[in-house]
Design a protein around this ligand. Structure first.
Ligand SMILES: Nc1nc2c(c(=O)[nH]1)N[C@H]1C(S)=C(S)[C@@H](COP(=O)(O)OP(=O)(O)OC[C@H]3O[C@@H](n4cnc5c(=O)[nH]c(N)nc54)[C@H](O)[C@@H]3O)O[C@H]1N2
Ligand SMILES: Nc1nc2c(c(=O)[nH]1)N[C@H]1C(S)=C(S)[C@@H](COP(=O)(O)OP(=O)(O)OC[C@H]3O[C@@H](n4cnc5c(=O)[nH]c(N)nc54)[C@H](O)[C@@H]3O)O[C@H]1N2
Ligand SMILES: [Mo]
Length: 769
């Protein structure tokens, strides 16, 4: 007989909820009553704990046991052997010791990028980095797949990148003050489901409705019509051409005397040099609407009319993060902020610039004015690091020099790769190349609750609990609630908390006391809560004792409401100078100019990308694929959940294409199609939609990589992971950010027997060494 069901307070990156459970499984989710617009993705949690794709106990790859720690192209197609936790701890500790003693700590790559789960204590990144630092250090990664270009260019332009989001103009202010929102990349509601660390509310839909109810207008500039919710004017540029459109808008402002020269003089540097380029004094090419029409396909008259409207009221220029996850991704946010500066409304309520409305839930939310509880990380004794999206370059080219952000660096020689809480088969580009790169190190260690493709490519596989199986607390810098995450079920099978795995390893390696500080995980959670309570008290607030917080499930914090981005800078640009060399907004950066990069000049510039419909490559691969974020899940997480599965077509990830593009290829709705280019191929399920440009197709990330022949790195993925197609090239020599959003492809109807989906099946695990 089953036991009675229980309900526990929980948080996912995509929202706050009560998890209802019975017999060790989640049976229902109940969104937080205070959430105005809970995400349907929550439903993916039902049935996720005991799903067959869970890793049930520690295992080691057979080839690694037989051959020892050496490079191997059997990764991804080998069997595994079950080991006990003690055996795992012993093997892994010895291997870490061997690598450190023979090759030094820099031979460990602990970049370990990925989102794992919310929770201030059990957060896998925090745990793995703390552990590796105490081991003596590791080669790390810098920046994110989310904001690879922005994180490098924006500090040089406005002195920060994170404050753009943490101190963004609040939704309330926009709803009240903005006349016109000009949204490059739209404001896709689907993405606002998510916030790193979770979220207790989803205000975007309500804010856009309130803006319109007041008479505000939204212009969405995107190749997809549904990148905005509700009524909006739609301009559809050729993907990758937005910078040309922004320049042309600026050209109209400059030539029709619609720009705010006083603002440019007082708050920016280098406009003159930029204007020389804009007006064509520098290169003989005026970046006017006719020029931009040729690049973007948006009629010149529409561009000119929009520029005039932008100058006639309170206008907010917004740029989604997707626009910087492409070649030359540095340019769109830089050109966007330059356009907003020309309008002179930066720092005015409801005007100026925004980056990431509709990319994540955080932009537009009011910040909490004090620090969050944080697990102390300490220093990394190793100084080597790579830009995060250079993982394959790192493994394939040890010793090679490369440019990054004005530096010349060298890739270290990596022997051991350690991953906890991320999935490179979700996040990285050109998966065939990644598989060749993953064949190079001696050892790959992966912690994950699930048999993701990355776990299947590991030598040592460590089964983690999910956040539903443990207590924690979570909060974010722009959410009013501190939330208790209460274990809803017992740990599944032989899974362990990452903390307990690292604590056992640390003990075996001689730094157990340093790692645990003598605390159990329960004691750590209370310790972090008390740390935070001190921050609240210092702010004049009063948070309840831990037991009371735990019983209540959440505590409300003070927030700084009614914020406008850069209002303090506008009010007093001397006292609140930006942390740029000039203290002002750098429309021209002497530092960047001084690097002499041919792919990132000293001011915002239009560069023709390789993967776009305007170039030679489009003759071979005539469809522009947008590999954006999935509507039905977060990345690859819980791809087997009900909401994610309900969107699949014949079990494949849906690819949207225009009916005319489909007809030309004899494709009808519901067909399985083969999507391909010269890097790889995948299957997907056709969905026809006239809300896309005719030359554009859209296939979101996150279908678990499922190679037809697992022993062949270039094998077709039968499930629809777009990263078998995307190019593994950086945004530019400046940021080397991820460019996975765009790729040119061709599509044909798939003929023959449709192969089964095996992505969620565990590999063969033998029971004995
Ligand atoms: N083509 C293309 N590619 C892209 C993008 C794109 O736009 N286009 N976007 C990029 C972006 S912005 C991002 S952020 C990345 C995201 O890439 P990732 O963050 O790597 O993707 P996730 O699927 O979220 O991976 C998180 C993993 O953590 C595991 N996990 C969950 N909880 C725990 C835990 O407690 N412990 C451990 N050890 N593991 C846990 C999950 O099972 C999952 O496998 O993808 C990038 N890739
Ligand atoms: N549901 C859900 N939400 C998420 C995530 C998720 O996995 N699922 N991931 C989260 C993460 S980690 C991140 S970093 C953010 C990412 O946030 P973004 O990078 O902003 O999200 P995307 O959905 O990839 O892209 C947003 C839209 O930009 C449009 N776009 C693409 N190329 C172009 C172009 O060249 N020009 C114009 N004008 N528009 C273009 C696409 O139509 C796309 O729908 O999303 C977060 N939100
Ligand atoms: Mo991201």
């Amino acid at each position: 007989m089953g036991s009675a069901s229980t309900r526990r307070q929980q948080m996912a990156h995509w929202g706050m909820f009560e998890a209802e459970a019975q017999d060790g499984e989640i049976t229902a989710v109940h969104p937080f009553a205070g959430d105005a617009d809970p995400s349907p993705i929550l439903e993916n949690a039902v049935g996720s704990v005991r799903h067959r794709s869970r890793i049930t106990g520690p295992v080691v790859r057979r080839g690694w046991l037989e051959d020892g720690p050496v490079p191997s192209d059997r990764r991804g197609s080998d069997e595994f052997v079950a080991v006990s936790w003690d055996e795992l701890t012993e093997l892994l500790a010895r291997e870490l010791r061997r690598v450190v003693d023979t090759h030094g700590n820099r031979a460990i790559f602990g970049g370990s990028y990925g989102w794992s789960a919310p929770g201030r204590f059990h957060h896998a990144q925090s745990q793995v980095h703390r552990f590796l630092k105490m081991l003596g250090g590791y080669t790390r990664s810098e920046n994110t797949y989310s904001l690879g270009a922005t994180a490098v260019i924006m500090p040089r332009v406005i002195g920060t990148h994170w404050k753009l989001f943490a101190r963004s103009t609040n939704w309330d202010v926009i709803a009240r003050e903005t006349d016109l929102m000009v949204c490059f990349g739209g404001v896709p509601l689907k993405n606002t489901a998510v916030n790193d660390g979770g979220t207790s509310d989803h205000p975007t839909r309500g804010a856009l409705d309130a803006l319109r109810a007041r008479g505000g207008r939204i212009v969405t500039i995107s190749p997809l019509r549904d990148d905005v919710h509700g009524d909006a004017e739609w301009l559809a540029p050729r993907p990758g051409s937005d910078v040309a459109v922004m320049l042309a808008l600026g050209h109209v402002l400059a030539t029709e005397n619609l720009l705010d020269r006083a603002f440019l003089d007082r708050y920016t540097v280098g406009y003159g040099k930029f204007e020389d380029y804009l007006l064509g004094r520098a290169d003989g090419v005026a970046k006017d609407p006719v020029w931009a029409e040729g690049i973007s396909g948006i009629p010149a008259a529409d561009i000119a009319a929009l520029a005039r409207r932008m100058a006639s009221g309170r206008t907010l220029v917004t740029v989604t993060w997707s626009l910087q996850r492409v070649r030359h991704g540095e340019q769109a946010p830089w050109a966007g902020i330059t356009l907003a500066a020309m309008l002179g409304q930066i720092g005015l309520p409801g005007g100026g610039f925004g980056h990431g409305y509709g990319s994540m839930n955080e932009p537009g939310l009011a910040p909490v004015p004090y620090p969050l509880p944080t697990l102390f990380q300490g220093q990394n004794p190793v100084s080597d690091s790579i830009p995060v999206a250079a993982i394959s370059d790192l493994l394939l080219h040890p010793g090679e020099r490369y440019d990054y952000n004005g530096e010349s660096r060298t890739f270290p020689d990596i022997r051991l790769v350690y991953w906890a809480g991320g999935n490179p088969f979700h996040h990285h580009q050109d998966l065939g190349r990644l598989r060749r790169a993953l064949a190079r190190p001696d050892t790959i260690v992966v912690h994950d609750p699930y048999w993701t493709p990355m776990a299947k490519h590991a030598d040592i596989v460590v089964p983690s609990t999910t956040s539903l199986e443990r207590n924690d607390l979570t909060c974010t810098r722009n959410d009013p609630l501190m939330v208790a995450m209460q274990a809803a079920v017992e740990p599944y099978a032989d899974a362990r908390d990452d903390y307990d795995t690292f604590a056992a390893l640390a003990r075996r390696l001689g730094f157990g006391a340093q790692f645990t500080e003598g605390r159990t995980s329960g004691e750590w959670i209370e310790h972090l809560y008390e740390q935070w309570r001190g921050f609240v008290a210092a702010d004049g607030g009063d948070a309840p004792p831990f037991d009371e917080f735990w019983a209540r499930g959440h505590v409300r914090m003070r927030t700084e409401d009614d914020l406008t981005l850069l209002e303090d800078f506008r009010a007093d640009p001397e006292r609140n100078a930006l942390r740029t060399p000039s203290g002002k907004i750098e429309i021209f950066s002497s530092d960047i100019d001084g690097f002499g990069y041919d792919d990132c000049a000293g001011h915002p510039t239009w560069y023709e990308p390789e993967e776009w419909l305007g170039g030679a490559r489009a003759e071979r691969f005539p469809l522009h694929l947008i590999a954006n974020q999935p509507k039905t899940r977060l990345h690859g997480q819980l791809d087997h959940g009900a909401i994610s599965q309900s969107s699949k077509v014949v079990g494949r990830e849906p690819i949207r294409l225009h009916p005319a593009a489909a007809a030309e290829r004899g494709i009808t709705a519901g067909d399985v199609v083969r999507v391909f280019n010269d890097r790889g191929a995948c299957l997907a399920g056709a969905v026809l939609d006239d809300g896309l440009l005719r030359g554009v197709v859209q296939l979101s990330t996150g279908a678990w990589y499922d190679p037809l022949d697992p022993s062949d790195p270039n094998s077709m993925c039968v499930h629809g992971n777009p990263n078998v197609l995307t190019p593994d090239v950086g945004t530019s020599r400046l940021a080397r950010g991820c460019t996975g959003q765009h790729v040119l492809v061709e599509i044909e109807r798939f003929v023959g027997d449709v192969p089964p989906i095996r992505a969620y099946e565990p590999p063969v695990v033998r029971s004995h060494m």
